[in-house]
Design a protein around this ligand. Sequence first.
Ligand SMILES: [Zn+2]
Length: 611
Amino acid sequence: MTSKVGYNIDLEKRLQGSVPKKGHTQAHPTLLSSTSSSDDPRDVLQGEDRAWFSHWKPFLAGLLLSLVVVQQFPRSEQPVICSPNASSVCPAASPIAPSVHADLLKQLEISYATEGFKINSFALLGGAVKIPTEMFDDMKVPGQDPRWDVFNQLHGYIDSHFIQVYRELRKTTINTYGLVYHWQGSNPDLKPLLLTAHQDVVPVEPLTVDTWLYPPFSGTWDGKWIWGRGSCDDKPGLIGSLTAIEKLLEKGFKPQRTIVLAFGIDEERGGIVGGTGIRDYLLSAYGPNAFALLIDEGGTLEAHSDGVIATPAVAEKGHFDLRMSISTPGGHSSVPPEHTSIGILAALIAELEANPFTPHLYRNEPYFTALQCQALVDPEMDDELRDLIGKARYSDKALADLEERLFRNPLSRALAGTTQATDIVHGGVKTNALPENAFAIVNHRIAGHSSVSTVKTHIAAVLLPIVKKFNLSLDAFGESLNGELSQKTSGHLKLSDAWGTALEPAPVTPWLKNPAYDLLAGTILNVVKTSARWNNPDIPVIVAPGTMTGNTDTRYYWNLTQNIFRYGHVSRFDKYNGAHTVNEAILADAFIDLIRFFTIVILNADESKIL
Ligand SMILES: [Zn+2]
Protein backbone atom coordinates (compact mmCIF):
# COMPACT_ATOMS: atom_id res chain seq x y z
CA MET A 1 0.00 0.00 0.00
CA THR A 2 1.20 3.47 -0.69
CA SER A 3 -0.28 6.49 0.89
CA LYS A 4 0.40 10.13 1.05
CA VAL A 5 -0.09 11.13 4.63
CA GLY A 6 0.57 14.08 6.82
CA TYR A 7 -0.10 14.15 10.52
CA ASN A 8 -1.37 16.80 12.81
CA ILE A 9 -3.60 14.60 14.89
CA ASP A 10 -3.49 12.79 18.14
CA LEU A 11 -2.89 9.24 17.02
CA GLU A 12 -3.31 7.76 20.46
CA LYS A 13 -6.82 9.18 20.76
CA ARG A 14 -7.72 7.70 17.46
CA LEU A 15 -6.39 4.32 18.39
CA GLN A 16 -8.66 4.45 21.39
CA GLY A 17 -11.61 4.81 19.05
CA SER A 18 -12.14 8.52 19.35
CA VAL A 19 -11.72 9.67 15.79
CA PRO A 20 -12.10 13.41 15.57
CA LYS A 21 -13.73 14.91 12.54
CA LYS A 22 -11.45 16.79 10.25
CA GLY A 23 -12.39 19.92 8.41
CA HIS A 24 -10.15 18.97 5.55
CA THR A 25 -12.17 18.01 2.51
CA GLN A 26 -9.58 17.48 -0.17
CA ALA A 27 -9.87 14.12 -1.84
CA HIS A 28 -7.09 11.74 -1.02
CA PRO A 29 -4.83 11.53 -4.05
CA THR A 30 -4.04 7.88 -3.58
CA LEU A 31 -7.58 6.73 -3.21
CA LEU A 32 -9.48 9.02 -5.49
CA SER A 33 -8.10 10.09 -8.79
CA SER A 34 -9.35 8.52 -11.95
CA THR A 35 -12.64 7.01 -12.97
CA SER A 36 -13.36 3.64 -14.41
CA SER A 37 -16.23 1.24 -14.50
CA SER A 38 -15.98 -2.47 -14.83
CA ASP A 39 -18.61 -4.94 -15.85
CA ASP A 40 -18.89 -7.97 -13.73
CA PRO A 41 -17.27 -10.76 -15.77
CA ARG A 42 -19.67 -13.21 -14.23
CA ASP A 43 -22.35 -11.66 -16.41
CA VAL A 44 -20.63 -13.16 -19.40
CA LEU A 45 -21.76 -16.54 -18.26
CA GLN A 46 -25.38 -15.39 -18.30
CA GLY A 47 -25.02 -14.39 -21.96
CA GLU A 48 -26.97 -15.28 -25.03
CA ASP A 49 -25.35 -18.46 -26.13
CA ARG A 50 -25.88 -21.27 -23.73
CA ALA A 51 -25.82 -23.78 -26.57
CA TRP A 52 -22.30 -22.82 -27.37
CA PHE A 53 -21.49 -22.86 -23.72
CA SER A 54 -22.64 -26.47 -23.54
CA HIS A 55 -19.64 -27.48 -25.65
CA TRP A 56 -17.52 -26.23 -22.81
CA LYS A 57 -19.47 -27.61 -19.97
CA PRO A 58 -17.18 -30.47 -19.00
CA PHE A 59 -14.11 -28.26 -19.05
CA LEU A 60 -15.63 -25.30 -17.32
CA ALA A 61 -17.66 -27.03 -14.66
CA GLY A 62 -14.87 -27.47 -12.16
CA LEU A 63 -13.32 -24.13 -12.85
CA LEU A 64 -16.62 -22.33 -12.70
CA LEU A 65 -17.20 -23.75 -9.28
CA SER A 66 -14.05 -22.09 -8.05
CA LEU A 67 -15.04 -18.86 -9.76
CA VAL A 68 -18.37 -18.86 -8.01
CA VAL A 69 -16.96 -19.87 -4.68
CA VAL A 70 -14.18 -17.36 -4.75
CA GLN A 71 -15.64 -14.41 -6.56
CA GLN A 72 -19.21 -14.60 -5.39
CA PHE A 73 -18.32 -15.06 -1.77
CA PRO A 74 -21.42 -13.54 -0.20
CA ARG A 75 -20.92 -10.49 1.91
CA SER A 76 -23.05 -11.93 4.64
CA GLU A 77 -20.49 -14.71 5.07
CA GLN A 78 -17.60 -12.31 5.38
CA PRO A 79 -16.38 -11.74 8.87
CA VAL A 80 -18.24 -8.70 10.13
CA ILE A 81 -16.32 -6.64 12.60
CA CYS A 82 -18.90 -5.00 14.79
CA SER A 83 -16.59 -3.32 17.23
CA PRO A 84 -16.98 0.44 17.21
CA ASN A 85 -13.32 0.64 18.02
CA ALA A 86 -11.18 0.86 14.91
CA SER A 87 -8.12 -0.20 16.85
CA SER A 88 -9.55 -3.69 16.97
CA VAL A 89 -9.14 -3.75 13.20
CA CYS A 90 -5.93 -1.77 12.90
CA PRO A 91 -3.65 -3.38 15.46
CA ALA A 92 -1.92 -0.88 17.71
CA ALA A 93 1.69 -1.82 18.30
CA SER A 94 4.00 -0.63 21.05
CA PRO A 95 7.63 0.22 20.46
CA ILE A 96 9.99 -2.64 21.24
CA ALA A 97 13.53 -1.89 22.29
CA PRO A 98 16.17 -4.41 23.32
CA SER A 99 16.58 -4.66 27.09
CA VAL A 100 19.36 -7.21 27.59
CA HIS A 101 21.22 -5.60 24.72
CA ALA A 102 20.25 -2.03 25.60
CA ASP A 103 23.84 -0.98 26.29
CA LEU A 104 25.08 -2.59 23.13
CA LEU A 105 22.46 -0.78 21.08
CA LYS A 106 23.31 2.48 22.81
CA GLN A 107 26.95 2.09 21.81
CA LEU A 108 25.98 1.25 18.25
CA GLU A 109 23.59 4.20 18.01
CA ILE A 110 26.39 6.52 19.12
CA SER A 111 28.64 5.00 16.49
CA TYR A 112 25.96 5.18 13.77
CA ALA A 113 25.46 8.89 14.50
CA THR A 114 29.08 9.77 13.74
CA GLU A 115 30.09 11.39 10.49
CA GLY A 116 32.76 8.75 10.03
CA PHE A 117 30.26 5.89 10.17
CA LYS A 118 27.84 7.64 7.86
CA ILE A 119 30.41 8.47 5.22
CA ASN A 120 31.83 4.98 5.40
CA SER A 121 28.34 3.49 5.01
CA PHE A 122 27.53 5.72 2.06
CA ALA A 123 30.79 4.59 0.46
CA LEU A 124 29.99 0.94 1.16
CA LEU A 125 26.64 1.21 -0.59
CA GLY A 126 28.12 3.32 -3.38
CA GLY A 127 30.88 0.77 -3.90
CA ALA A 128 28.33 -2.02 -4.31
CA VAL A 129 26.31 0.11 -6.74
CA LYS A 130 29.44 0.59 -8.84
CA ILE A 131 29.49 -3.13 -9.59
CA PRO A 132 26.94 -3.55 -12.41
CA THR A 133 25.26 -6.82 -11.51
CA GLU A 134 22.70 -6.40 -14.27
CA MET A 135 20.23 -9.20 -14.78
CA PHE A 136 18.95 -9.96 -18.26
CA ASP A 137 15.94 -12.14 -19.02
CA ASP A 138 17.87 -14.28 -21.50
CA MET A 139 20.85 -15.13 -19.31
CA LYS A 140 21.84 -18.76 -19.29
CA VAL A 141 22.77 -20.45 -16.05
CA PRO A 142 25.98 -19.35 -14.28
CA GLY A 143 29.01 -20.84 -16.01
CA GLN A 144 27.37 -20.68 -19.42
CA ASP A 145 27.07 -16.93 -19.79
CA PRO A 146 29.90 -14.43 -19.24
CA ARG A 147 27.46 -11.77 -18.07
CA TRP A 148 27.47 -13.51 -14.69
CA ASP A 149 31.19 -12.82 -14.19
CA VAL A 150 30.55 -9.44 -12.59
CA PHE A 151 29.01 -11.22 -9.60
CA ASN A 152 32.55 -12.45 -8.74
CA GLN A 153 33.50 -8.82 -8.35
CA LEU A 154 30.60 -8.21 -5.96
CA HIS A 155 31.56 -11.26 -3.90
CA GLY A 156 35.16 -10.05 -3.67
CA TYR A 157 33.85 -6.66 -2.60
CA ILE A 158 31.71 -8.16 0.15
CA ASP A 159 34.52 -10.40 1.40
CA SER A 160 37.01 -7.57 1.56
CA HIS A 161 34.74 -4.92 3.08
CA PHE A 162 32.90 -7.03 5.64
CA ILE A 163 35.90 -8.59 7.35
CA GLN A 164 34.09 -9.83 10.44
CA VAL A 165 31.32 -11.38 8.38
CA TYR A 166 33.97 -13.09 6.26
CA ARG A 167 35.74 -14.45 9.35
CA GLU A 168 32.86 -15.36 11.61
CA LEU A 169 29.91 -16.42 9.44
CA ARG A 170 29.67 -19.61 7.45
CA LYS A 171 29.21 -18.78 3.80
CA THR A 172 27.57 -21.14 1.32
CA THR A 173 27.29 -20.38 -2.37
CA ILE A 174 24.20 -21.59 -4.19
CA ASN A 175 24.22 -22.11 -7.97
CA THR A 176 27.62 -20.36 -8.06
CA TYR A 177 26.51 -16.85 -7.11
CA GLY A 178 23.67 -17.15 -4.63
CA LEU A 179 24.93 -16.38 -1.11
CA VAL A 180 23.79 -17.80 2.21
CA TYR A 181 25.47 -16.77 5.48
CA HIS A 182 24.91 -18.66 8.71
CA TRP A 183 25.59 -17.05 12.11
CA GLN A 184 25.15 -19.72 14.74
CA GLY A 185 23.14 -18.78 17.81
CA SER A 186 23.72 -20.27 21.24
CA ASN A 187 20.10 -21.37 21.82
CA PRO A 188 19.03 -24.14 19.44
CA ASP A 189 15.43 -23.85 20.68
CA LEU A 190 15.03 -20.52 18.95
CA LYS A 191 14.14 -20.67 15.29
CA PRO A 192 16.56 -18.67 13.14
CA LEU A 193 15.87 -15.21 11.80
CA LEU A 194 16.12 -15.05 8.00
CA LEU A 195 17.04 -11.80 6.26
CA THR A 196 16.98 -11.83 2.46
CA ALA A 197 17.89 -9.44 -0.34
CA HIS A 198 19.04 -9.71 -3.95
CA GLN A 199 22.37 -8.92 -5.54
CA ASP A 200 21.14 -8.28 -9.08
CA VAL A 201 19.75 -5.10 -10.58
CA VAL A 202 17.64 -4.32 -13.62
CA PRO A 203 19.75 -3.29 -16.63
CA VAL A 204 20.26 0.32 -17.54
CA GLU A 205 18.60 1.13 -20.85
CA PRO A 206 21.55 2.43 -22.94
CA LEU A 207 19.46 5.15 -24.60
CA THR A 208 18.69 6.67 -21.19
CA VAL A 209 22.28 7.06 -19.99
CA ASP A 210 22.40 10.73 -20.96
CA THR A 211 19.39 11.50 -18.80
CA TRP A 212 21.04 10.32 -15.57
CA LEU A 213 22.24 13.16 -13.37
CA TYR A 214 25.19 10.96 -12.40
CA PRO A 215 26.42 7.98 -14.43
CA PRO A 216 24.16 5.00 -13.72
CA PHE A 217 26.84 2.98 -11.96
CA SER A 218 28.70 5.84 -10.29
CA GLY A 219 27.61 5.12 -6.72
CA THR A 220 28.11 8.82 -6.06
CA TRP A 221 27.18 10.34 -2.72
CA ASP A 222 26.46 13.99 -3.49
CA GLY A 223 26.05 15.05 0.13
CA LYS A 224 22.37 14.06 0.20
CA TRP A 225 21.69 11.17 -2.18
CA ILE A 226 23.54 8.00 -3.16
CA TRP A 227 23.17 7.56 -6.91
CA GLY A 228 23.05 4.65 -9.28
CA ARG A 229 21.25 1.53 -10.44
CA GLY A 230 20.60 -0.64 -7.41
CA SER A 231 20.87 2.22 -4.90
CA CYS A 232 17.17 1.65 -4.09
CA ASP A 233 16.58 -1.88 -5.38
CA ASP A 234 18.03 -3.82 -3.66
CA LYS A 235 21.59 -3.05 -2.66
CA PRO A 236 20.48 -1.19 0.48
CA GLY A 237 18.97 -4.49 1.68
CA LEU A 238 22.18 -6.34 0.83
CA ILE A 239 24.68 -3.81 2.20
CA GLY A 240 22.43 -2.59 5.02
CA SER A 241 21.98 -6.02 6.58
CA LEU A 242 25.69 -6.86 6.14
CA THR A 243 26.68 -3.55 7.73
CA ALA A 244 24.45 -4.16 10.76
CA ILE A 245 25.94 -7.62 11.24
CA GLU A 246 29.50 -6.41 10.75
CA LYS A 247 28.97 -3.80 13.47
CA LEU A 248 27.36 -6.32 15.81
CA LEU A 249 30.32 -8.64 15.27
CA GLU A 250 32.77 -5.81 15.91
CA LYS A 251 31.06 -5.21 19.25
CA GLY A 252 31.40 -8.85 20.18
CA PHE A 253 27.67 -9.62 19.99
CA LYS A 254 26.98 -13.34 20.22
CA PRO A 255 23.44 -14.18 19.16
CA GLN A 256 21.22 -16.61 20.98
CA ARG A 257 19.06 -16.90 17.90
CA THR A 258 20.76 -18.11 14.74
CA ILE A 259 20.74 -15.54 11.97
CA VAL A 260 20.71 -16.54 8.32
CA LEU A 261 21.25 -14.18 5.39
CA ALA A 262 20.26 -15.23 1.88
CA PHE A 263 21.03 -13.11 -1.17
CA GLY A 264 19.45 -14.04 -4.51
CA ILE A 265 21.02 -13.37 -7.88
CA ASP A 266 18.22 -13.05 -10.42
CA GLU A 267 15.24 -11.69 -8.55
CA GLU A 268 14.72 -9.19 -11.35
CA ARG A 269 13.82 -11.97 -13.76
CA GLY A 270 11.82 -14.06 -11.31
CA GLY A 271 14.53 -15.78 -9.25
CA ILE A 272 14.60 -18.83 -11.47
CA VAL A 273 18.20 -19.69 -10.56
CA GLY A 274 18.80 -17.84 -7.30
CA GLY A 275 15.46 -17.99 -5.49
CA THR A 276 14.82 -21.62 -6.39
CA GLY A 277 18.36 -22.67 -5.46
CA ILE A 278 18.27 -20.83 -2.14
CA ARG A 279 14.88 -22.33 -1.37
CA ASP A 280 16.12 -25.85 -2.04
CA TYR A 281 19.24 -25.32 0.02
CA LEU A 282 17.46 -23.78 3.00
CA LEU A 283 14.78 -26.47 3.00
CA SER A 284 17.38 -29.22 2.97
CA ALA A 285 19.72 -27.57 5.50
CA TYR A 286 17.12 -26.21 7.94
CA GLY A 287 13.88 -27.99 7.07
CA PRO A 288 10.37 -26.73 6.37
CA ASN A 289 8.97 -23.97 8.57
CA ALA A 290 12.36 -23.73 10.26
CA PHE A 291 12.58 -19.96 10.48
CA ALA A 292 10.94 -17.66 13.03
CA LEU A 293 10.42 -14.93 10.50
CA LEU A 294 11.71 -13.75 7.15
CA ILE A 295 12.24 -10.15 6.14
CA ASP A 296 12.74 -9.41 2.44
CA GLU A 297 12.50 -6.26 0.34
CA GLY A 298 9.09 -4.81 -0.40
CA GLY A 299 6.79 -2.73 1.77
CA THR A 300 7.62 0.83 2.67
CA LEU A 301 6.98 3.46 5.25
CA GLU A 302 5.46 6.77 4.30
CA ALA A 303 6.96 9.51 6.32
CA HIS A 304 6.35 13.17 6.88
CA SER A 305 7.68 15.49 9.49
CA ASP A 306 4.66 14.86 11.65
CA GLY A 307 3.86 11.19 11.23
CA VAL A 308 4.69 7.84 9.72
CA ILE A 309 2.69 4.89 8.40
CA ALA A 310 4.64 1.71 7.71
CA THR A 311 3.24 -1.13 5.63
CA PRO A 312 5.22 -4.35 5.84
CA ALA A 313 3.66 -6.55 3.19
CA VAL A 314 1.99 -9.66 4.55
CA ALA A 315 0.45 -10.60 1.22
CA GLU A 316 1.69 -10.94 -2.32
CA LYS A 317 -0.48 -11.24 -5.39
CA GLY A 318 -0.28 -14.19 -7.73
CA HIS A 319 0.83 -14.06 -11.32
CA PHE A 320 -0.31 -15.49 -14.64
CA ASP A 321 0.86 -14.67 -18.15
CA LEU A 322 -1.73 -15.69 -20.71
CA ARG A 323 -0.56 -16.47 -24.22
CA MET A 324 -3.26 -16.22 -26.89
CA SER A 325 -1.97 -17.77 -30.12
CA ILE A 326 -4.15 -17.61 -33.18
CA SER A 327 -3.38 -19.42 -36.43
CA THR A 328 -5.23 -19.03 -39.71
CA PRO A 329 -4.57 -20.12 -43.31
CA GLY A 330 -1.96 -18.07 -45.16
CA GLY A 331 -2.09 -16.77 -48.69
CA HIS A 332 -1.67 -13.66 -50.78
CA SER A 333 -3.01 -10.59 -49.13
CA SER A 334 -4.59 -9.39 -52.36
CA VAL A 335 -7.41 -11.87 -51.80
CA PRO A 336 -7.84 -11.80 -48.05
CA PRO A 337 -10.50 -13.35 -45.86
CA GLU A 338 -12.76 -11.02 -43.93
CA HIS A 339 -10.57 -11.31 -40.85
CA THR A 340 -6.88 -12.10 -40.58
CA SER A 341 -5.31 -13.71 -37.53
CA ILE A 342 -4.27 -10.23 -36.41
CA GLY A 343 -7.81 -8.91 -36.72
CA ILE A 344 -9.16 -11.84 -34.72
CA LEU A 345 -6.45 -11.37 -32.10
CA ALA A 346 -7.45 -7.72 -31.80
CA ALA A 347 -11.05 -8.78 -31.16
CA LEU A 348 -9.91 -11.20 -28.47
CA ILE A 349 -7.86 -8.53 -26.74
CA ALA A 350 -10.70 -6.03 -26.96
CA GLU A 351 -13.09 -8.57 -25.42
CA LEU A 352 -10.77 -9.16 -22.49
CA GLU A 353 -10.39 -5.44 -21.91
CA ALA A 354 -14.16 -5.00 -22.06
CA ASN A 355 -14.57 -7.61 -19.32
CA PRO A 356 -11.97 -6.94 -16.63
CA PHE A 357 -11.91 -8.78 -13.34
CA THR A 358 -14.11 -7.25 -10.70
CA PRO A 359 -12.18 -6.07 -7.65
CA HIS A 360 -13.71 -6.60 -4.24
CA LEU A 361 -12.99 -5.53 -0.69
CA TYR A 362 -13.02 -8.39 1.79
CA ARG A 363 -12.98 -7.61 5.47
CA ASN A 364 -10.51 -10.36 6.24
CA GLU A 365 -7.95 -9.17 3.72
CA PRO A 366 -4.99 -6.95 4.59
CA TYR A 367 -6.02 -4.15 2.25
CA PHE A 368 -9.23 -3.64 4.23
CA THR A 369 -7.23 -3.43 7.46
CA ALA A 370 -4.78 -1.04 5.83
CA LEU A 371 -7.70 1.22 4.90
CA GLN A 372 -8.89 1.18 8.51
CA CYS A 373 -5.40 2.17 9.64
CA GLN A 374 -5.19 4.90 7.06
CA ALA A 375 -8.56 6.28 8.13
CA LEU A 376 -7.21 6.47 11.67
CA VAL A 377 -4.20 8.57 10.87
CA ASP A 378 -4.55 10.33 7.54
CA PRO A 379 -5.62 13.95 8.07
CA GLU A 380 -5.86 14.52 4.32
CA MET A 381 -8.66 12.00 3.99
CA ASP A 382 -12.04 13.67 3.66
CA ASP A 383 -14.70 13.02 6.29
CA GLU A 384 -17.07 11.21 3.98
CA LEU A 385 -14.48 8.66 2.98
CA ARG A 386 -13.28 8.23 6.56
CA ASP A 387 -16.85 7.57 7.71
CA LEU A 388 -17.44 5.15 4.85
CA ILE A 389 -14.31 3.18 5.74
CA GLY A 390 -15.43 3.02 9.37
CA LYS A 391 -18.98 1.93 8.54
CA ALA A 392 -17.73 -0.67 6.09
CA ARG A 393 -16.56 -2.68 9.10
CA TYR A 394 -20.14 -3.67 9.81
CA SER A 395 -22.35 -2.43 6.95
CA ASP A 396 -22.46 -4.27 3.63
CA LYS A 397 -24.05 -1.21 2.06
CA ALA A 398 -21.15 0.96 3.21
CA LEU A 399 -18.72 -1.67 1.98
CA ALA A 400 -20.29 -1.58 -1.48
CA ASP A 401 -20.28 2.22 -1.49
CA LEU A 402 -16.66 2.19 -0.43
CA GLU A 403 -15.80 -0.13 -3.30
CA GLU A 404 -17.58 2.11 -5.75
CA ARG A 405 -15.63 5.09 -4.52
CA LEU A 406 -12.22 3.49 -4.16
CA PHE A 407 -12.24 1.64 -7.43
CA ARG A 408 -12.14 4.82 -9.46
CA ASN A 409 -8.44 4.63 -8.65
CA PRO A 410 -6.17 2.13 -10.47
CA LEU A 411 -4.02 1.45 -7.41
CA SER A 412 -7.05 0.61 -5.28
CA ARG A 413 -8.37 -1.66 -8.00
CA ALA A 414 -4.99 -3.36 -8.21
CA LEU A 415 -4.85 -3.86 -4.45
CA ALA A 416 -8.37 -5.28 -4.31
CA GLY A 417 -8.60 -7.34 -7.45
CA THR A 418 -6.97 -9.26 -10.26
CA THR A 419 -5.50 -7.06 -12.97
CA GLN A 420 -4.87 -7.76 -16.64
CA ALA A 421 -2.54 -5.96 -19.04
CA THR A 422 -1.82 -6.89 -22.64
CA ASP A 423 1.92 -6.30 -22.77
CA ILE A 424 3.20 -8.15 -25.84
CA VAL A 425 1.67 -8.57 -29.28
CA HIS A 426 3.20 -10.07 -32.37
CA GLY A 427 1.95 -11.05 -35.81
CA GLY A 428 2.74 -10.91 -39.51
CA VAL A 429 5.97 -10.83 -41.49
CA LYS A 430 5.21 -9.25 -44.85
CA THR A 431 2.72 -6.76 -46.28
CA ASN A 432 1.67 -9.04 -49.14
CA ALA A 433 1.39 -12.23 -47.08
CA LEU A 434 -1.50 -13.07 -44.83
CA PRO A 435 -0.33 -13.57 -41.24
CA GLU A 436 -0.56 -17.26 -40.48
CA ASN A 437 0.20 -16.74 -36.81
CA ALA A 438 -0.29 -14.00 -34.29
CA PHE A 439 -0.05 -13.98 -30.55
CA ALA A 440 -0.49 -11.72 -27.56
CA ILE A 441 0.67 -12.09 -23.98
CA VAL A 442 -1.53 -10.73 -21.24
CA ASN A 443 -0.08 -10.27 -17.77
CA HIS A 444 -2.34 -10.93 -14.79
CA ARG A 445 -1.68 -10.14 -11.12
CA ILE A 446 -3.98 -12.34 -9.13
CA ALA A 447 -5.82 -11.04 -6.06
CA GLY A 448 -5.45 -12.86 -2.76
CA HIS A 449 -9.08 -14.00 -2.85
CA SER A 450 -8.66 -15.49 -6.33
CA SER A 451 -6.52 -18.18 -7.94
CA VAL A 452 -4.86 -19.24 -11.18
CA SER A 453 -7.75 -21.54 -12.07
CA THR A 454 -10.26 -18.75 -11.48
CA VAL A 455 -8.34 -16.52 -13.84
CA LYS A 456 -8.24 -19.22 -16.52
CA THR A 457 -11.97 -19.80 -16.16
CA HIS A 458 -12.67 -16.11 -16.48
CA ILE A 459 -10.55 -15.83 -19.62
CA ALA A 460 -12.19 -18.82 -21.29
CA ALA A 461 -15.67 -17.58 -20.44
CA VAL A 462 -14.99 -14.08 -21.69
CA LEU A 463 -13.52 -15.29 -24.98
CA LEU A 464 -16.23 -17.82 -25.79
CA PRO A 465 -18.44 -15.46 -27.82
CA ILE A 466 -15.48 -14.33 -29.91
CA VAL A 467 -14.36 -17.90 -30.50
CA LYS A 468 -17.82 -18.64 -31.80
CA LYS A 469 -18.14 -15.46 -33.81
CA PHE A 470 -14.99 -16.28 -35.78
CA ASN A 471 -15.72 -20.02 -35.91
CA LEU A 472 -12.45 -21.01 -34.29
CA SER A 473 -11.31 -24.27 -32.87
CA LEU A 474 -9.93 -23.90 -29.43
CA ASP A 475 -7.33 -25.37 -27.14
CA ALA A 476 -7.93 -23.77 -23.77
CA PHE A 477 -5.13 -24.59 -21.35
CA GLY A 478 -4.76 -28.12 -22.67
CA GLU A 479 -8.44 -28.83 -23.23
CA SER A 480 -9.27 -29.43 -26.89
CA LEU A 481 -12.73 -28.19 -27.73
CA ASN A 482 -13.10 -28.34 -31.48
CA GLY A 483 -14.92 -31.64 -31.90
CA GLU A 484 -18.47 -30.39 -32.13
CA LEU A 485 -18.19 -27.54 -34.55
CA SER A 486 -20.69 -27.78 -37.38
CA GLN A 487 -18.46 -26.53 -40.16
CA LYS A 488 -14.82 -26.23 -40.99
CA THR A 489 -13.13 -23.85 -38.62
CA SER A 490 -11.57 -20.67 -39.90
CA GLY A 491 -8.69 -20.81 -37.51
CA HIS A 492 -7.33 -22.13 -34.25
CA LEU A 493 -6.93 -20.38 -30.94
CA LYS A 494 -4.62 -21.72 -28.29
CA LEU A 495 -4.73 -20.34 -24.76
CA SER A 496 -1.76 -21.25 -22.59
CA ASP A 497 0.48 -20.27 -19.72
CA ALA A 498 3.00 -18.16 -21.67
CA TRP A 499 6.12 -19.15 -19.76
CA GLY A 500 4.85 -21.90 -17.47
CA THR A 501 5.34 -19.60 -14.51
CA ALA A 502 1.82 -19.30 -13.11
CA LEU A 503 1.94 -18.41 -9.43
CA GLU A 504 -0.88 -18.57 -6.88
CA PRO A 505 -1.28 -15.65 -4.46
CA ALA A 506 1.09 -16.08 -1.50
CA PRO A 507 -0.21 -17.39 1.80
CA VAL A 508 -1.07 -14.36 3.93
CA THR A 509 1.07 -13.80 7.02
CA PRO A 510 -1.27 -13.24 9.98
CA TRP A 511 -1.17 -9.71 11.34
CA LEU A 512 -3.50 -10.09 14.32
CA LYS A 513 -2.28 -11.87 17.45
CA ASN A 514 0.90 -12.91 15.67
CA PRO A 515 4.04 -12.45 17.82
CA ALA A 516 6.20 -12.19 14.70
CA TYR A 517 4.07 -9.34 13.32
CA ASP A 518 4.05 -7.65 16.71
CA LEU A 519 7.83 -7.95 16.91
CA LEU A 520 8.29 -6.37 13.51
CA ALA A 521 5.69 -3.64 14.13
CA GLY A 522 7.18 -2.84 17.55
CA THR A 523 10.64 -2.68 16.03
CA ILE A 524 9.48 -0.31 13.29
CA LEU A 525 7.86 1.97 15.89
CA ASN A 526 11.05 2.03 17.92
CA VAL A 527 13.30 2.69 14.94
CA VAL A 528 11.15 5.63 13.83
CA LYS A 529 10.66 7.10 17.31
CA THR A 530 14.40 7.01 18.03
CA SER A 531 15.47 8.20 14.58
CA ALA A 532 17.53 11.36 14.25
CA ARG A 533 15.65 12.02 11.03
CA TRP A 534 12.54 13.07 12.91
CA ASN A 535 14.09 13.68 16.30
CA ASN A 536 10.68 13.21 17.86
CA PRO A 537 10.00 10.30 20.22
CA ASP A 538 6.32 11.27 20.25
CA ILE A 539 5.90 11.13 16.51
CA PRO A 540 2.69 9.29 15.57
CA VAL A 541 3.56 5.99 13.92
CA ILE A 542 1.21 3.31 12.75
CA VAL A 543 1.98 -0.05 11.19
CA ALA A 544 -0.56 -1.53 8.78
CA PRO A 545 -0.44 -4.83 6.88
CA GLY A 546 0.56 -4.21 3.27
CA THR A 547 -0.05 -6.03 0.01
CA MET A 548 2.57 -6.47 -2.70
CA THR A 549 1.17 -6.06 -6.20
CA GLY A 550 4.37 -7.61 -7.60
CA ASN A 551 6.52 -10.53 -6.49
CA THR A 552 9.88 -10.89 -4.80
CA ASP A 553 12.12 -13.91 -4.26
CA THR A 554 9.80 -14.80 -1.37
CA ARG A 555 7.58 -16.45 -4.01
CA TYR A 556 9.85 -19.47 -3.44
CA TYR A 557 10.09 -19.22 0.34
CA TRP A 558 6.54 -20.06 1.43
CA ASN A 559 7.62 -23.30 3.10
CA LEU A 560 10.46 -21.72 5.08
CA THR A 561 8.21 -19.87 7.53
CA GLN A 562 4.63 -18.74 7.99
CA ASN A 563 5.94 -15.29 8.90
CA ILE A 564 7.07 -13.72 5.65
CA PHE A 565 7.34 -9.95 5.65
CA ARG A 566 8.38 -7.81 2.72
CA TYR A 567 9.59 -4.57 4.17
CA GLY A 568 12.43 -2.17 3.46
CA HIS A 569 12.02 0.63 6.03
CA VAL A 570 12.48 3.17 3.26
CA SER A 571 9.88 5.68 2.12
CA ARG A 572 9.10 6.51 -1.47
CA PHE A 573 10.17 10.03 -0.56
CA ASP A 574 13.57 8.57 0.28
CA LYS A 575 13.92 7.57 -3.37
CA TYR A 576 14.85 10.29 -5.82
CA ASN A 577 13.00 8.76 -8.75
CA GLY A 578 11.93 5.29 -7.64
CA ALA A 579 13.47 2.04 -8.82
CA HIS A 580 13.72 0.41 -12.27
CA THR A 581 14.08 3.81 -13.93
CA VAL A 582 16.56 6.60 -14.59
CA ASN A 583 18.14 8.54 -11.74
CA GLU A 584 17.75 5.82 -9.15
CA ALA A 585 19.04 7.27 -5.89
CA ILE A 586 18.41 6.77 -2.18
CA LEU A 587 18.46 9.44 0.48
CA ALA A 588 21.67 8.80 2.40
CA ASP A 589 20.10 9.39 5.81
CA ALA A 590 17.40 6.85 4.98
CA PHE A 591 20.11 4.26 4.39
CA ILE A 592 21.46 4.89 7.90
CA ASP A 593 17.98 4.31 9.28
CA LEU A 594 17.78 1.08 7.33
CA ILE A 595 21.00 -0.10 9.02
CA ARG A 596 19.43 0.87 12.36
CA PHE A 597 16.33 -1.12 11.45
CA PHE A 598 18.35 -4.26 10.69
CA THR A 599 20.37 -3.83 13.88
CA ILE A 600 17.34 -3.40 16.11
CA VAL A 601 15.27 -6.16 14.54
CA ILE A 602 18.20 -8.56 15.01
CA LEU A 603 18.54 -7.58 18.68
CA ASN A 604 14.79 -7.68 19.30
CA ALA A 605 14.45 -11.06 17.64
CA ASP A 606 17.37 -12.30 19.71
CA GLU A 607 15.63 -11.34 22.93
CA SER A 608 12.21 -12.60 21.91
CA LYS A 609 11.35 -15.95 23.44
CA ILE A 610 7.94 -16.23 21.84
CA LEU A 611 9.04 -17.02 18.33
ZN1 LIG B 1 14.14 -5.76 -5.71
